[in-house]
Design a binder for this molecule. Sequence first.
Ligand SMILES: Cc1cc2nc3c(=O)[nH]c(=O)nc-3n(C[C@H](O)[C@H](O)[C@H](O)COP(=O)(O)O)c2cc1C
Length: 327
Amino acid sequence: MEAANPQVDHAARHVVRAAVAAPSVHNTQPWLFTHGDDGLDLYADDRRRLPLCDPDGREQLISCGAALFNARVAMRHLGHRPVVRLLPDPRDPARLARAGWGAYAPPGAGENLMYRALWQRHTYRGPFRPTPLPRRLIAELRAHARAEGAELYTVQAPHARRHLAELVRTAEAVQRDDPAQRAELAHWTHPGRDGFADGVPLTSCYGPADRTGLVGRDFRHVAGALPAVPPVWPAGTGLVVLLTTPHDTREDWLRAGQALQRVLLHATVRWTVAAFHTQPLEVPWLREQLRTKLARGEFPQMILRLGHVPRGHATPRRPPDAVLTAE
Ligand SMILES: Cc1cc2nc3c(=O)[nH]c(=O)nc-3n(C[C@H](O)[C@H](O)[C@H](O)COP(=O)(O)O)c2cc1C
């Protein structure tokens, strides 16, 4: 990265370091950034899109949207109001967003808590403690999703839970049965020793995934028979929620990513942890069933479990200089 204006370089690095702490599908970190004197641009890095599990780049753009939300939080932490434009150049579809350094206003206490949560948030994959989430927290999470143009629905009725569990299980079976999909997942999974800057370390896949109502993704490549959908919903499943958008455009995906990260950070502030189960959203006919039967006709973008456990481990990231260049 060239050092044109050392102060801007420093601020841009600060923002990008925070941005790359965002969750991304298989920890692919499918983003790139450029910076100039008046702001940063976020780009999709298409070399890091998953051709089999995410051919349209929907999950890639959700991941980039989550990184954009972190960038906004980090700009606020520095005291700037970010001025964000999504997809600012129709001739350049890879250019996903422009985040300008807006006017100065000191960050509030809530914004500082969000910034701190950004470093504390980690994906969890096992069962939760059987304590329910407070109703007030659920209402707050819903309001955060809505503020970014998405909706957050809880899946609590027994028939809806069962239906969702079956869709997740079917999707997982489809993906486990496909050697090419297994190879794609294996490419982004590693034992968790030093030397990896991306991908999912097996050390972050603790806990038996079948002690919850939704089967987990097969990061450990155990393949074999999938557990049946449990007749009684295990208490360790936590609260299951769907994040949806009214339409399914690239802009909706970026909004869903920002809503996802806003929900995850607020949950982190309230000592609540998330697990992801997005397998049925990667199989078009299962996603369509989910849309019509469980998501009130809206477009399902994420499936999460929320609950309480001690915070998990950080996963690796590429450093800011690997993804940031000067304009
Ligand atoms: C769009 C998207 C889909 C994801 N799907 C899954 C999933 O199905 N199962 C899972 O265990 N984690 C899933 N994740 C979580 C990523 O694996 C995780 O964010 C990544 O490994 C980085 O780890 P961290 O979130 O702990 O920082 C998903 C994340 C995103 C953004």
